[in-house]
Write a protein that binds this ligand. Structure first.
Ligand SMILES: [Zn+2]
Length: 286
């Protein structure tokens, strides 16, 4: 009994420490491989991680991964499946090659630079640049951006029906919870969409995002510890909310600077990080 009592106390202490789990973005960014097992998004986009992430192949039908040297091409299997389907749809409609920016780290978690989100394997950035042929390895490593919004608003020389169609295809994808675009883009989509416009609800105005849009998937089935987002508001979002955005300065994007946020993550993320001995490896390095 007594031994059991100690074991129980020890277990309680372990739980108490792991419940307050937080680790530095630097640690998460150092992990080179995903954790084993089935895919599971854990926590939220801004405080979470992903178990059993899979890699988006560097190139496929209709898409290409940018800056592979960053090792941010990992995600929940649902995210990879979404990109593959969107790439095929874009190729079928000859929209151009979709360029995939950051997804997540091999085990998600906070990143050492840039995004506050992209942590639970469900976020993906898609560039507005739609080249007619895949980029060369040099260009992929250091790609140039195409901004479709300037301080003066939507750049009509650069914004094309292919962009509008790509955003619509994304918003119509059932696994997508929402996507973020610079407000003048949403305004133009509101203007050009026809009567079948329920998909516009998922297109959310946000700061920056003048050269890419950010897609966020809904919590997939089987990800019991995934924190869902609040539902998007009813309606197409083309009214007062959009107008309020159009009066704010929404450019430029925040720079890709070092990230010192260390959000408190769900306890399960401690397990995800430690699987496969990554913590041992970082301790050895001290
Ligand atoms: Zn993003």
């Amino acid at each position: 009994m007594r031994a059991n009592g100690w074991a129980l106390l020890a277990a309680t202490l372990v739980m108490a420490t792991s419940a307050a789990f937080a680790d530095t973005a630097k640690t998460w960014s150092k992990v080179a491989r995903p954790s084993p097992g089935p895919g599971a998004a854990i926590g939220s986009a801004a405080a979470g991680c992903v178990a059993g992430a899979v890699q988006l192949p560097l190139q496929g039908t209709g898409w290409q991964v940018l800056r592979p040297q960053r090792n941010r091409f990992w995600g929940h299997p649902a995210t990879v499946g979404f990109v593959e389907r969107l790439g095929s749809a874009a190729a079928a409609e000859k929209l151009g090659t979709i360029l995939i920016g950051d997804m997540g780290q091999p085990r998600g978690g906070p990143m050492s630079s840039g995004h506050a989100s992209h942590q639970n394997g469900l976020d993906v950035d898609i560039w507005f640049r739609l080249p007619s042929r895949p980029l060369s390895p040099t260009e992929v490593a250091a790609p140039t951006e195409t901004a479709v919004v300037t301080k003066a608003g939507l750049d009509r020389a650069r914004w094309t029906p292919a962009h509008a169609r790509l955003v619509e295809l994304t918003a119509r994808s059932p696994e997508v919870d929402r996507l973020f675009v610079n407000p003048p883009i949403k305004a133009d989509l509101c203007r050009t969409a026809g009567r079948d416009r329920a998909w516009l609800a998922k297109v959310r105005p946000w700061w920056g995002h003048e050269e890419h849009f950010h897609v966020r998937l809904a919590c997939p089935l089987g990800s019991d510890e995934c924190t869902p987002q609040r539902p998007v508001p009813d309606g197409d979002g083309c009214g007062a909310e959009l107008q309020s955005w159009l009066t704010k300065p929404t450019l430029p994007s925040p720079p890709d600077k070092p990230n010192y946020r260390n959000p408190t993550l769900p306890a399960a993320c401690g397990e995800v990080l430690r699987q496969g001995g990554v913590m041992k490896a970082s301790a050895k390095g001290r």
